[in-house]
Design a protein around this ligand. Structure first.
Ligand SMILES: [Zn+2]
Ligand SMILES: [Zn+2]
Length: 347
């Protein structure tokens, strides 16, 4: 019922907008006549890669893991893209930056944005190396700064400070073309979502790219209410070992009447907008099927608290709620990173 109401409301808003355009005085070209914009949520399995084109200008947000760089390169080539205006790497986790060195090597890129969180591992070093080789200086954009992509604007929402958890340090942005907007938050968790709310910057969006692949550590109720999207897109791998998307997140979306699209079920998803209405290349998913954590290659071995530097068995009954990071690494390598075993579960 609520969903039906929202659809009618959406239609009414669109109709009112069109009528408004007919009646109102001339306005600047960019506002009255937005370039067509396409947002491609590329199916990269477990990870993120979103390609955006607006009036011949292009942007890639994240580049999947290191096995997906060439696939993304081919996808962009198929779109006849040789140059990117922006490459935005939301945060330094492997499922977001792994494929980036291929993109940086193969394309001319105007601006590269990275999180303020640096990692000391091979994936991150490869990224830095590829940037150095192309003599590109990556920068962390400031909160509230605005960039343009054709007639579209990109407003930076995060990170506004430094975080202990790389997910929370994700670059978040609102992409707006005409009167239609898309929200991207990388893997930002609840704490970072709260910080975004506190900036006071408008985060309401028609399309919400669901934070952290639909994990339960993102998309808090307050945050989703402020975003108030009509559509949500979840980028995750089929039967991924993390159990994305989580039932709780799907439930929050469902009870808010949001239409959900999923790369694990539907492959690459393309949203198109003329700045007034939005259409998708596939129908919304109606499965509401939650992921189940499984013992795949990325099996969860330990749960880390990145602040206290303690590590736990996943079955421990005093797992951290904040500053939590799931690990699939061995006990030895976790200890080598300076973690000490929890006193209770004695991992
Ligand atoms: Zn991720
Ligand atoms: Zn992450």
């Amino acid at each position: 019922m609520k969903k039906m109401y929202r659809r009618i409301l959406h239609f009414t808003i669109t109709a009112a907008f069109l009528l408004g355009c007919l009646l109102s005085a001339p306005v600047p070209a960019s506002a009255s006549n937005p370039d067509p914009m396409e947002v491609h949520f590329i199916d990269v399995g477990q990870g993120d890669a979103t390609f955006i084109t607006c009036g011949g200008h292009t942007m890639l947000i994240d580049a999947g893991d290191d096995t997906k760089g060439t696939a993304i390169q081919n996808y962009l080539k198929k779109q006849k893209i040789s140059k990117l205006d922006y490459l935005i790497l939301t945060h330094p986790d492997a499922d977001h930056i792994g494929g980036a060195p291929v993109i940086i090597t193969k394309f001319n890129i105007d601006k590269v944005f990275v999180s303020n969180y640096e990692k000391d591992n091979q994936t991150y070093r490869k990224l830095i190396q590829s940037l150095d080789e192309k003599q590109i200086k990556a920068l962390t954009p400031k909160v509230n700064s605005v960039y343009s992509l054709g007639t579209a604007s990109i407003t930076i929402l995060a990170p506004g400070k430094e975080y202990d958890n790389p997910n929370d340090a994700s670059i978040a942005l609102l992409l707006k073309n005409g009167s239609r907007s898309f929200l991207f938050t990388g893997d930002a968790g609840e704490e970072a979502e709260q910080d975004m709310l506190e900036t006071g910057i408008t985060i309401s969006a028609d399309v919400y790219k669901v934070g952290h692949h639909g994990s339960k550590y993102s998309t808090s109720k307050d945050f989703l209410e402020a975003v108030n999207p009509f559509y949500a897109v979840i980028s995750c791998g089929t039967d991924n070992s993390y159990g994305h998307p989580h039932a709780q997140t799907l439930n929050t979306l469902r009870t808010n009447g949001v239409m959900v699209y999923r790369t694990d079920e539907e492959g690459t998803i393309i949203a198109s907008t003329d700045g007034k209405s939005i259409s998708f290349n596939v129908p919304a998913s109606e499965t509401w099927k939650a992921g189940e954590p499984t013992g795949g290659t990325n099996e969860l071995t330990y749960v880390l608290n990145v602040k206290t530097k303690k590590f736990h068995k996943p079955s421990c009954n005093s797992l951290p709620t904040a500053n939590r990071q799931d690990s699939s690494e061995s006990r030895e390598s976790i200890i080598a990173q300076g973690y000490t075993p929890c006193q209770r579960c004695k991992p």
